[in-house]
Design a protein around this ligand. Structure first.
Ligand SMILES: Nc1ncnc2c1ncn2[C@@H]1O[C@H](COP(=O)(O)OP(=O)(O)OP(=O)(O)O)[C@@H](O)[C@H]1O
Length: 300
């Protein structure tokens, strides 16, 4: 598969802060790649260097086979960039905003209505940007990053400050963009976002990548316990502890939770007792992976 981004030994220091400390990864064509980590992990700095907006102190970066720095104008029509703080031209409507962007890139205006449709803003086409909600503005900034049909799209915390429904709508938009064949690189501090959207994630903390891979694989490799919960009182705690393969059981008055590394015998035994009503199974998440890697709770 063709390699779209290659980063080797990337470093960047601001004063005493080593923001990026030897980061290496590759992104393949068509991949949805996530850089995940808490505030200050170095995600934005890494992204800005790849986008050609910042000079690295050290390391090698190629984007679509070319170095992004010094500012490489040949790359501009081929990449789309959505920055963390989106800024618009004032007093323009959503459509005019997109028209302005498309004319900057010298592309025809034909894509504008299609783009508004893609990000679900058709009914806001004639609304001025300052009257858009946070979620709508975020989607417009993504449309601006896509209007020239780039093959590679960078999104920096695209769902920051969105309400849960708006985040889900945005995820649908991003999935469609990726299914259309574009490569997407996204930074996020939301574990669930990375888990749901990304083919692969790099978990970053304090300037380094701690682990990289498909989210489901990272979680599986943890070999973490599974929690099986039932309505409180479905079994006594002692009965639950005696279930085959059960390692622990606790009833907090709302749920009875059984912990195990092997869910099948527990669930089979519950089925035999006809005690499956209201059963929920909770596996490990990327948050558990972060905890295992750092010894710290994940705080975005
Ligand atoms: N222009 C700058 N000047 C000085 N320090 C900076 C600058 N930009 C970032 N830093 C510092 O570098 C570190 C990494 O910041 P960066 O913005 O890359 O992290 P991040 O993972 O994107 O965090 P966030 O999610 O908060 O944006 C932080 O300690 C930050 O304070």
């Amino acid at each position: 598969m063709a390699q779209t981004i290659s980063v080797r030994g990337l470093r960047k220091q601001y004063g005493d802060v080593q923001a990026v400390d030897g980061v290496s990864f590759e992104v393949d064509q068509g991949e949805f790649f996530g850089i995940l980590g808490p505030n200050g992990a170095g995600k934005t700095t890494t992204l800005e260097i790849i986008e050609g907006l910042r000079e690295a102190d050290g390391g090698e970066v190629t984007v679509l086979g070319q170095p992004p720095w010094p500012r490489n104008k040949k790359l501009l029509p081929r990449i789309g960039v959505q920055l963390q703080a989106s800024s618009f031209f004032e007093r323009l409507t959503a459509r005019e905003q997109l028209q302005t962007f498309s004319s900057l890139y010298g592309v025809s205006g034909r894509r504008i209505d299609a783009m508004l449709e893609t990000v679900g803003l058709t009914d806001k086409a004639d609304t001025r940007v300052e009257q858009l909600s946070g979620g709508q503005a975020q989607r417009l900034s993504i449309a601006c990053a896509l209007v020239h049909d780039p093959e590679l799209v960078f999104l920096d915390e695209p769902s920051a400050a969105l309400d849960p429904q708006a985040r889900r709508n945005l995820w649908d938009v991003l999935r469609d963009i990726n299914t259309g064949g574009r490569t997407i690189v996204l930074t996020t501090h939301y574990m669930d976002e990375a888990e749901i959207l990304c083919d692969r994630v790099a978990i970053m903390d304090r300037g380094t990548i701690l682990k990289m891979g498909p989210p489901a694989k990272l979680v599986r490799e943890l070999d973490a316990a599974v929690r099986i919960s039932l309505p409180s009182g479905a079994l006594t705690e002692d009965e639950a502890r005696a279930l085959p393969a059960a390692e622990a059981a606790a009833d907090d008055g709302v749920s009875l939770t059984v912990t195990t590394h092997d869910a099948s015998p527990v669930i089979s035994a519950l089925a035999e007792r006809r005690a499956l009503e209201g059963l929920q199974v909770h596996g490990a998440t990327l948050e558990d992976v972060f905890l295992e890697l750092t010894g710290r709770e994940y705080r975005a």
